[in-house]
Design a protein around this ligand. Sequence first.
Ligand code: SIN
Ligand code: CO
Length: 390
Amino acid sequence: MYIFDNFDPHTFLASYWQKRPGVFKHAFADFINPLDEHELAGLAQDPRIDSRVVSLNPPAWQVTHGPIDDFESVCQGKWSLLVQSVDQHISEADTLIRMFDFIPYWRLDDLMVSFSNEGAGVGPHLDQYDVFIIQGKGSRRWQVGEKGEFTPYLPHPDLSQISDFEPVIDEVLQCGDMIYIPAGCPHNGVALEDCMNYSVGFRAPSQQDLLSSLADYSLDLGLFKKRYQDQGLTPRKNPSELASTEINSFRAMLHDVIDSEQFERWLSCHFSDTQLNQGYDPQHNPDYSLKEIAELFEQGALFERQPGIRPIYLAKEYTSEPLEFFIEGQAYFAPVNYVDAVCGMLSSPSWQYDLTNNNLTSLSLEDFWVQLMCELVNAGAWLPQEETDF
Ligand code: SIN
Ligand code: CO
């Protein structure tokens, strides 16, 4: 369990979010590191997980991408090991990132965890995304400046840095402290001793990202096939001309796409996709029958949400139509009388949502919960506790 101490989400959103950087000393009460550096090194050996070591042997910067097997040769000088999407692999890390669920799931990206030795850091740089950085083990000096014009350069082909900047924040963070850095603010963190940092990153989709994903969605589902029509065409003096009325017709065609219900459905589907499918436990048995799931309910088994899952559904009054929700791009449904219970399960901060308080013994194979849980379990999104225990 994590508890905010000196951090109020309301004040933060009103005064800092996307506006200015801030330091929140004692943001967490009694912060517990969700993993240690040895577990982090274990994740960095996994080829499915994005990791890198950034090291400095003055004046040379080196970047080695994971999977990392030979730590001894890579971790030379001042070095940081950085591992992306740790929330998809460690349930406690997933619990930590869910502390930020005062910001919608669709805006959350991942929890990046780093370990740095004394003097290490990735150098002064800019990030394109807003980030909270929580200080876990050890202490680190953070300098952050205002947004401005900076020219990044590459001391190594895979490392972007900037030259010095004027800090408006210059503080040493201790365990449980947190810093917020809006996108585009220059920053530099230097470890004062061995330390662990937890970066909660956010998504800020670009128009390019959206167009590309919408195009993929329309091709996959065979949507938006309406063709251009021009019944009122008259002889054209200059055939090379593309008339403004024609441009407007094309705008209207694309507006139809954006105004369609499918557009909303695509957004929900798109934002539910955290690319987690690649990270599912390979030992997971994706072949449960309805009977096995009903038996698990009968035995009072708990079903556990896989770390990293971020279900998305459209905000509406579901009084007369079923809820459609998306997990990893996959659509699921809940009939009207189950909507509250399902939404409770989807939004529960705990990965172990106890369904037994919904009176779920003696269920038939046709029961909604058996059917839904069977689908979710076979998709790898929820797992019976027995499977997560081994
Ligand atoms: C780190 O955790 O070492 C780097 C975080 C950052 O500056 O983006
Ligand atoms: Co950064």
